[in-house]
Design a protein. Structure first.
Length: 268
């Protein structure tokens, strides 16, 4: 029984993989805890490509588009730990280096650049997999991305006009939260409405069954905006902890959204 929150496909890898990933994860957590690097708005934004990388790897694993020997590292939930190990190692090596700016040698700059390179690799792998198994269906996933971008822009303008303090305190990190959850909602909606996919997460499925797919999109966006508003004061008072929470909330939306978009393109 999956329960109310766990999605279908949530499985543990073989024991050697699981132990190895857990041990390395704990080591990286210990190092980062000791270093206590600042988590800034720029760091949150820089993590976005890595969130997409983890989601893309999981989609490729589901589509059997990566070698079997490394597939357990890309399964859910192990892929989240795998991605954390890579990013955590980068941050641990760099330390707290110009965390409030994007520069070639700053922590946000390096995290963003390496994440973009990794995502290009994942995207290229997905494109090759899609071309090998036609038809390639990118219209609806692409529409979800465009729609999420438009929604985020509209929300950003609304926040700046109605509650400028929230927009100022959360900045681009807050907009990433909105974009991630808008993409998750819209990609789920187009998958259900036009591509014949089903919702894997029981709680989301419950909302959809009660109010339909488009109400689900509205609920996702509204909740994202509310969370950003609630965290604004926390970000001002405790910047590192507040931004870390924004990053976590963004990942919960952006990860599934990117996963949907890539998976639907490959096997849609």
């Amino acid at each position: 029984m999956q329960g109310l929150l766990l999605p279908e496909g949530f499985v543990l890898p073989p024991l050697p993989y699981l132990v190895g990933v857990l041990v390395v994860t704990l080591v990286i957590v210990g190092v980062l805890y000791r270093q206590a690097p600042r988590i800034t708005e720029q760091i949150v934004v820089a993590l976005a490509p890595w969130m997409a990388v983890g989601a893309g790897l999981y989609a490729l694993e589901q589509a059997r588009a990566i070698p079997e020997v490394v597939a357990p590292f890309a399964s859910s939930p192990t892929v989240y730990l795998t991605t954390f190990v890579v990013v955590g190692t980068i941050v641990a090596v760099l330390g707290d280096r110009q965390s409030d700016r994007f520069a070639p040698q700053s922590t946000p700059g390096v995290v963003l650049a390496t994440g973009m390179v990794a995502f290009v690799f994942v995207f290229a792998t997905a494109a090759i997999a899609a071309l090998r198994s036609p038809p390639v269906r990118v219209f609806w996933p692409g529409a979800a991305v465009v729609g999420a971008t438009a929604v985020t822009g509209g929300v950003g303008l609304l926040l700046r006009r109605s509650v400028p303090s929230v927009a100022e305190e959360t900045g681009s990190a807050g907009l990433l939260v909105v974009f991630g959850h808008a993409l998750d909602g819209l990609s789920t909606a187009v998958g259900l409405a036009f591509l014949g996919f089903g919702e894997q997460t029981p709680l989301s499925r419950l909302v959809i069954d009660v109010g339909g797919v488009w109400l689900f999109v509205v609920v996702k966006v509204v909740l994202a905006v509310l969370v950003v508003g609630l965290l604004a004061d926390y970000v001002r008072e405790e910047p590192s902890e507040g931004n870390l929470l924004l990053a976590a909330v963004a990942a919960v939306g952006l990860g599934p959204g990117v996963h949907n978009a890539i998976l639907f393109s490959i096997v849609g």
